[in-house]
Design a protein around this ligand. Structure first.
Ligand SMILES: [Zn+2]
Length: 515
């Protein structure tokens, strides 16, 4: 009885809402609104389930842009889509891959982005694997034999179990043996590829030119059932990625002489050149309308999954923070702007375009907060090399509940990030932009650019934590009597090169992509 009571008491305590140590009513209201009236789940559903993946140049990307503008307007926030360039327009259709000989089995795989469409019935052919060759001449002699065949161009992985699983269950001896065998196999695979006179990319052209009817690859992401899904390089024939074991099964069948045949249906539409946009939302400042706090998260994604953690969750954080701020802090001192950037995945294109097109805004940025590495709660913030970042970020963070800040490791002044996400576009321009960096939740192996980047991976408590953090930092940055310093620190020696690091330079976006 006594223990039961204790347990109940503990549960009560731990389920109480986050408390602000700050007595500031705005901070308290931010937490209250985020906790009691969260819109994150609904926004997540609308963006990931209904709109779906947001590959640059697709109708779904434009649909997302329009959805976000409508959302902001429904919250009383002015918003617009700002055109920054053009891209090859393409729309993903049905992918269906089946083994049809020696028996029938539907396979788990998908066409890569910008894949050229097959006919409705698809293409049926036998599979072949790359031969082991001594030199280019030998490969060129083999090459004509691919005519009318699908070619499997990835190494057949020796195990579909991730290393952490081996570590848990294998004997030490067999784990070490597996790793050694795999390393040897990988080395031999690379050596053989270089013997052909091609690399993993150029060989695709050679195969297509030699009359192959399709390319079958498998880009394992080192987790159970996870593959990275990028873009096709073929011009007229389909390229599909198969999950590790379907690929492995077919590979073994080819090697054992079973002559497997598959049928690939990979439909898509070419849509010509289409415009590309950033979605910008804005709450006008009352005292210093020409100074800006920019909330930042790229809006586009790869399309193997639905882009839930890259960067659906960063998008949700910024949208929810904007919604909350508009509700509890409708008349900010400085202008609060949100940027949902296009085509980050192809080289920070949307944010680089914004920096190039809006020098008047960029030179008056009080602070920018970007989030783009998964669903996890923020655990790292770096001063990005700005000498006095500690002063102001420290001041602002002091208003955030310790339950949130206790998780965050700060590094000051830090070194300026040269890429990786959109904050780098601003840092390169000398603007104080910061990355709210997340706890991984197995991001790199399981969700980043994979077929498993989907709604079920979202950890809403952590996303809510990040929306509260972003809203409070934005509020504090807006209210700060001081304008932030942009003074750069003397950068340290790069241990890799032995030379002093230099500040990253501004780069122009690709405004005419996908050709
Ligand atoms: Zn991203």
């Amino acid at each position: 009885m006594k223990t039961m009571l204790k347990v109940c008491f503990f549960l009560l305590l731990s389920s109480t809402v986050m408390v602000a140590q700050s007595k500031d009513p705005v901070v308290q209201n931010i937490i209250k609104e985020a906790t009691e009236n969260s819109q994150l789940e609904k926004l997540g559903h609308e963006l990931m389930d209904v709109v779906g993946p947001r590959l640059v140049g697709t109708p779904q990307m434009k649909q997302a842009n329009d959805w976000a503008v409508a959302k902001y307007q429904s919250w009383g926030i002015s918003a617009r889509n700002e055109k920054w360039g053009e891209w090859r327009g393409w729309e993903r259709g049905i992918t269906h891959i089946d083994m049809v000989y020696p028996r029938v089995q539907s396979l788990k795989g998908t066409q890569l982005a910008w894949n050229p469409s097959t006919k409705k019935k698809g293409v049926e052919a036998e599979l072949v694997v790359l031969p082991t060759v001594e030199n280019k001449a030998e490969f060129e002699k083999w090459l004509p034999s691919v005519k009318g065949k699908f070619v499997m161009i990835s190494m057949n992985q020796p195990t579909g179990r991730p290393d952490y699983n081996w570590e848990e269950f294998a004997t030490e001896k067999s784990f070490e043996k597996m790793k050694k065998d795999r390393a040897d196999q990988t080395r031999a695979w690379r050596k053989n590829m270089s013997n052909t006179g091609y690399n993993g990319r150029t060989i695709i052209d050679a195969l297509e030119n030699a009359g192959a009817v399709g390319i079958v690859s498998s880009r394992w992401s080192n987790g159970f059932g996870v593959n990275k899904i990028f873009s096709a390089r073929t011009k007229n024939i389909p390229t599909v990625d198969l999950e590790l074991e379907d690929y492995g099964m077919l590979y073994r069948m080819v090697e054992y002489g079973d002559k497997p045949r598959i049928n690939i249906v990979a439909m898509s539409k070419e849509l010509g050149k289409v415009p590309t946009f950033n979605t910008i939302g804005e709450i006008k400042g009352t005292e210093k309308p020409d100074e800006y706090i920019i909330l930042s998260a790229h809006f586009d994604s790869w399309d193997g999954g639905t882009g839930a953690t890259d960067n659906g969750t960063g998008t949700l954080v910024m949208m929810e923070a904007m919604r909350i701020l508009k509700k509890v802090y409708p008349n900010p001192k400085r202008t609060i702007l949100v940027g949902h950037w296009g085509s980050e995945e192809q080289g920070l294109n949307g944010s680089r375009a914004f920096v190039e097109d809006h020098p008047e805004i960029v030179k008056n940025i009080q602070a920018s907060f970007n989030q783009d590495n998964g669903t996890g709660r923020v655990v790292n913030i770096s001063g990005q090399g700005f000498l006095h970042a500690y002063d102001y970020l420290g001041r602002w963070l002091a208003a955030v509940p310790s339950e949130i800040t206790n998780e965050i490791k700060t590094t000051f002044p830090g070194v300026p990030g040269g890429g990786g996400s959109d904050y780098a576009s601003f840092v390169a321009a000398g603007a104080p932009a910061f990355s709210l960096s997340s706890l991984s939740w197995s991001y790199w192996n399981y969700t980043w650019h994979t077929n498993r980047d989907t709604y079920d991976k979202i950890v809403f408590d952590d996303v809510r934590n990040n929306a509260i953090l972003t809203a409070i930092l934005t509020y504090m940055a807006s209210e700060d009597p001081e304008t932030t310093s942009r003074e750069k620190s003397v950068l340290p020696i790069n241990p890799r090169t032995g030379k002093q690091r230099s500040w990253p330079t501004k780069r122009s976006p690709n405004r005419n992509g996908g050709n």
